[in-house]
Design a binder for this molecule. Structure first.
Ligand SMILES: Cc1cc2nc3c(=O)[nH]c(=O)nc-3n(C[C@H](O)[C@H](O)[C@H](O)COP(=O)(O)OP(=O)(O)OC[C@H]3O[C@@H](n4cnc5c(N)ncnc54)[C@H](O)[C@@H]3O)c2cc1C
Length: 482
């Protein structure tokens, strides 16, 4: 049924989208004038809470995120239909659990071009920004008009093998930094996967060494400029030291280029067994590049029981040195793999025991970091990277309480392209600093990412259900005018 609606709506999408846009524009002007004098109030845990006398922008922000007309005003009708179709498909467990295998099978059976023709307009366009400068530029330009800033991410899911692959990835990452500096109207930021630049096995070894005190961030920071120092580190065979030297050299090149271009690097968190090695690299980069501004940020996955201790320890380490600290705060995307890995290794599962515990951990980490920001100001920045409305509401409430202005450049919000537009767009319109993570690459390169997005939409069940309902209401409004 959806496929039928899909072809029908696509044909007519532009005119409907534009007409709706004009109507909404007029309605918004009137509603802003009316609501400026209001006192902002919203519900948290069933309790009405007051934010005090509202300023014009916050009065227009619906913290229940139910204003579909406003949230989707820049979306064409085709885009709404596509989002609805994709979210619906993501709700079928068996489809999602086998999505990567199904993609691969489709590629084999249909052949490269027909498969691309099928996947591109649906899944790919929903979650991926494009595969060349022109298409990425177009996505960015539409987004920026709506008050959102791009967070570019090279789509590298399966680590490459061999130094040639890592060198090629470095070239792609430098290109990503260049593109971010050219395209972003706000502060340019990119996401960086350390496993794109050095072997995962090496990071696993380094994780163990770092955890047991066999290597320090100071040593690694120095070795980025003087690689020979690594030969003094005990416990690593020469072949791995060579890999490490090259890996650090690539990180240094990325850091130096980002510094020249004024582009902030947000280092992604990955699997627990390699995360300490990734943090070691990220913190060493902070030592080298975060003297005046938090150019390098690390990511903290709050589904991990250790998240609070990890971020508070790293924050203290960096602040004690008089440097700047940046943190991307997420719930975590590898929950299934973590459970399986822990079982295989016969170790306790590092992930919180329940979704509720993960959420408490997330909100606690954000609250603590907001307090830190209120003390140290611009030396610390965070991005609340979540689609969870409750967490976003709590962060906004915390900012209000601590007097952190929404446009201070200290606290950012982040969501993934193609997810939770009902949260991103109203926040952007209300003057919060919102980033949409924009992965890019060819259809082939992005298949593992698309499969992970499908998995995630399954786990973001409540959010996706609400988004589907809002999309349906907006489509009803556009077609049936109620
Ligand atoms: C800009 C941006 C950057 C990101 N970067 C990274 C990154 O570097 N590394 C990374 O791992 N992820 C990253 N993510 C993904 C993120 O970790 C989450 O997977 C995703 O955003 C869903 O969580 P949520 O807070 O949006 O929403 P919610 O829907 O509220 O939460 C879903 C999440 O809760 C957790 N969860 C679900 N069920 C349980 C359970 N039974 N027990 C315990 N926990 C549970 C899982 O983490 C699940 O993904 C990023 C997300 C964004 C928006």
């Amino acid at each position: 049924m959806y496929l039928h609606i899909f072809s029908l709506f696509r044909k007519f999408s532009r005119p409907f989208g534009n007409a709706a846009y004009e109507r909404v524009k007029l309605a918004r002007v009137l509603s802003v004038q009316h609501r400026c004098k209001a006192v902002a109030a919203y519900e948290t845990n069933g309790k009405k809470e007051s934010l005090g006398e509202a300023d014009p922008a916050i009065a227009t922000l619906d913290l229940n995120f139910t204003d579909h007309q406003n949230a989707f005003k820049t979306k064409t009708t085709w885009e709404l239909c596509r989002a609805l179709l994709v979210l619906r498909l993501c709700s079928f467990d068996r489809l999602v659990d086998n999505s990567l295998q199904l993609f691969r099978l489709g590629q084999k059976v249909l052949g490269e071009r027909p498969f691309r023709a099928l996947v591109k307009p649906i899944f790919y366009d929903q979650f991926v920004a494009g595969d060349d400068h022109r298409s990425i530029g177009q996505t960015v330009s539409i987004m920026q008009k709506a008050g959102l800033t791009p967070l570019l991410a090279v789509c590298i899911e399966d680590g490459p093998t061999g130094e040639v692959g890592y060198d090629a990835n470095l070239t792609t990452i430098l290109d990503c930094i260049q593109m971010a500096s050219e395209l972003s109207k706000g502060r340019p930021m990119i996401q960086l996967k350390v496993t794109a630049l050095m072997p995962a096995e090496l990071l696993i070894t380094l994780s163990k060494m770092y955890t047991y005190g066999g290597i320090s961030i100071e040593q690694v920071a120095e070795a980025m400029y003087t690689p020979s120092l690594l030969y003094e580190v005990e416990g690593l065979p020469e072949a791995e030291i060579r890999q490490w030297c090259r890996g650090l050299e690539r990180l240094r090149e990325a850091g130096e280029f980002a510094q020249r271009k004024g582009v902030y690097i947000l280092v992604d968190a990955e699997y627990t067994h390699m995360n300490p090695g990734i943090s070691l690299a990220a913190l060493a980069m902070m030592l080298n590049f975060n003297k005046d501004i938090p150019l390098i940020w690390n990511t903290y996955q709050c589904y991990l029981k250790e998240a609070y201790n990890a971020i508070t320890a790293d924050y203290a380490t960096i602040m004690d040195k008089g440097l700047c600290f940046g943190a991307k705060i997420v719930r975590g995307a590898y929950i299934n793999c973590e459970e399986e890995y822990a079982k295989r290794q016969g170790v306790p599962n590092p992930v919180c025991d329940s979704y509720k515990d993960t959420s408490s951990s997330y909100n606690r980490v954000v609250e603590t970091m907001l307090h830190n920001i209120s003390h140290c100001g611009e030396k610390c920045n965070i991005i609340v990277a979540s689609h969870n409305e409750e967490s976003v509401r709590k962060a906004i409430q915390g900012m209000e309480k601590l007097g952190i202005a929404r446009d201070s450049g200290l606290v950012y919000f982040g969501q993934l392209l193609g997810m939770c537009d009902q949260v991103s767009y109203p926040l952007g319109q209300a003057g919060y600093q919102i980033y949409k993570s924009l992965p890019y690459g060819t259809v082939e390169e992005t298949l593992p990412y698309l499969s992970r997005r499908a998995q995630e939409n399954k786990s973001v069940l409540m959010g996706a259900r609400k988004e589907r309902s809002l999309l349906q209401r907006e489509l009803r409004r556009r077609f049936l005018r109620f």
